[in-house]
Design a protein around this ligand. Sequence first.
Ligand SMILES: C[S@@+](CC[C@H](N)C(=O)[O-])C[C@H]1O[C@@H](n2cnc3c(N)ncnc32)[C@H](O)[C@@H]1O
Ligand SMILES: [Zn+2]
Length: 286
Amino acid sequence: MPAPCVARILSESRAVEWLYPLVVCPACHSELTMDAERITPSRCTGCDRVYPWLGHIPVLVEQEAPDPALLSLAQVWNGAAPSWSRNLSKPAKVLAAAETPLLSMASGIVLEVGCGDGRLFPAYETRGLRAIGLDFSAVMLQMASDGGFPLVLADAHRIPLRKGCVDTVLVPFATIRYLDYQVFFKETFRVLKPGGVFGFIAWNAAYNGIRAWLRHRVGSWRTGRDVARLKEILVPLAESGFDLVEIHGVFSAPRWSPWRHSLAWRVKGMTAARMARDIVVIARRR
Ligand SMILES: C[S@@+](CC[C@H](N)C(=O)[O-])C[C@H]1O[C@@H](n2cnc3c(N)ncnc32)[C@H](O)[C@@H]1O
Ligand SMILES: [Zn+2]
């Protein structure tokens, strides 16, 4: 087993080998000059935008005129990162019930959108998948940086990868609730190879109480919103060029019960998805 710093250098050099050729400017999709030594900022060969480094992580978000809403959302996640990471060890069984179908459909190069602290990286490693972790929170990415997979700091609505370069896009743990479906599904279509798999988990608004219902009525993806009717996700999915492969509902013990972290079961089909707490969607790019 190599020492931690050696392991880090090895994983960074693996990232140079296979991530950098896939990376493009998030604004215009032109090639970037990527300094393998990560000293000089990357420069877009099309629009001349400049992108800095955060250690070995390329920061591929607009620098000159950053979107203030995006910056404040990223700040919220930066603040939440340590407690988020600590608390996630508990609901492991509940998470596994929802995530198993996503992991079993994944193949080749997997882009995990909103990878957080890299919780799923060991599962990718075990399955022999090559993952890219994308997140806009620098603190989350720093926690993920020992996970052995390349990372990019970017906004999910502007994925800095070239057209048709990944086999699978996964969005676990309801991160989809913070994304604009129309924009994000189109970006996912662009970066996936034809026939590529797109899997995500959404939450059913009915199961998240009055606050979720209100968020659904008056909120937006910026505040996080859940799904009240399946067509809210299935229609934009189909319109963005995806065919539905599987849909599941995941039921779990109520929050107040002593079994809340350990009791969960999954049922396939639309009816279960309409009634369950978590909705697992697996689609294929046309
Ligand atoms: C609910 S956490 C999930 C983390 C991880 N996938 C897991 O299952 O443990 C949501 C993650 O998505 C990231 N995120 C939210 N909106 C994003 C966006 N527009 N672009 C990139 N990352 C985003 C947050 O920073 C956070 O790390
Ligand atoms: Zn550009």
